[in-house]
Design a protein around this ligand. Structure first.
Ligand SMILES: [Zn+2]
Length: 225
């Protein structure tokens, strides 16, 4: 099974999740009120590429922000240890890059292929706005919420939204400039944990075999008494 890998070479969170506690306006957030959305700024002010986190297929393109919805082809292993199919929604790629990547409904990108890029379509400054949801993708991929953000606009959210920090696993080659204050799973840690559990499992199996053999011998002796 593929891991759901963080998809940029540099992690620099420029806007994190928006708090929402009853009131309509969250002054700690600019445009993410009540949403587990992230803005990713890449290495600098330029436009970094994004590389497919796993095998994905384009489900929808919405012109206003060049929003693109991608659905995973299969279950993927997420940072929280769960395997699930996901939908990703990314915003702000520029027109020429959308065209250059050949993004069209039905197109498949394999893990590691360039699939999106930072841009400023419908936004100020180059970045990628990211949201993650539980698959399957259905009708339009998102919905208008009853929450207004600081700009006075209603917040739209991907359906069945999930927190990116519980989904993406950071490869050891990712350079973290700003983690947004979230606890990200590093691929190395996970590998070490899995290796540790494997060797523990082997030891337990060996001990179990020894105990079963002893039990058999005891039974044999008991039968003879
Ligand atoms: Zn955003």
């Amino acid at each position: 099974m593929q891991k759901c890998k963080f998809f940029m070479e540099y992690m620099r969170v420029t806007q994190g999740y928006g708090r929402y506690e009853g009131g309509n306006v969250d002054y700690t957030s600019y445009s993410h009120t009540g949403s587990w959305a992230l803005d990713l700024g890449g290495r600098d002010m330029e436009k970094d590429w994004a590389y497919a986190p796993c095998d994905i297929q384009v489900k929808r393109i919405y012109g206003k922000y060049n929003a693109v919805w991608f659905e995973t082809l299969e279950n993927v292993l997420c940072a929280d240890g769960q395997a699930r199919k996901l939908v990703f929604m990314l915003l702000h790629i520029d027109d020429e890059d959308l065209k250059a990547l050949g993004i069209a409904v039905g197109k498949v990108f394999r893990q590691g292929e360039k699939f999106y890029r930072e841009g400023s379509a419908g936004a100020i400054g180059n970045h990628i706005h990211l949201e993650v949801g539980q698959a399957p993708f259905y009708p339009t991929g998102w919905q208008k919420t009853a929450v207004k953000d600081r700009t006075g606009a209603y917040v739209w959210k991907i359906n069945k939204q999930l927190k990116p920090d519980e989904i993406f696993i950071l490869g050891s080659d990712v350079i973290v400039m700003n983690d947004g204050g979230y606890h990200w799973m590093k691929e190395d840690n996970r590998d070490v944990t899995i290796d540790g559990l494997r060797s523990e499992n082997t030891q337990l199996r060996e001990r179990n075999t020894l105990l079963e053999n002893s039990l058999k011998r005891i039974k044999d002796i008991a039968d003879k008494l």
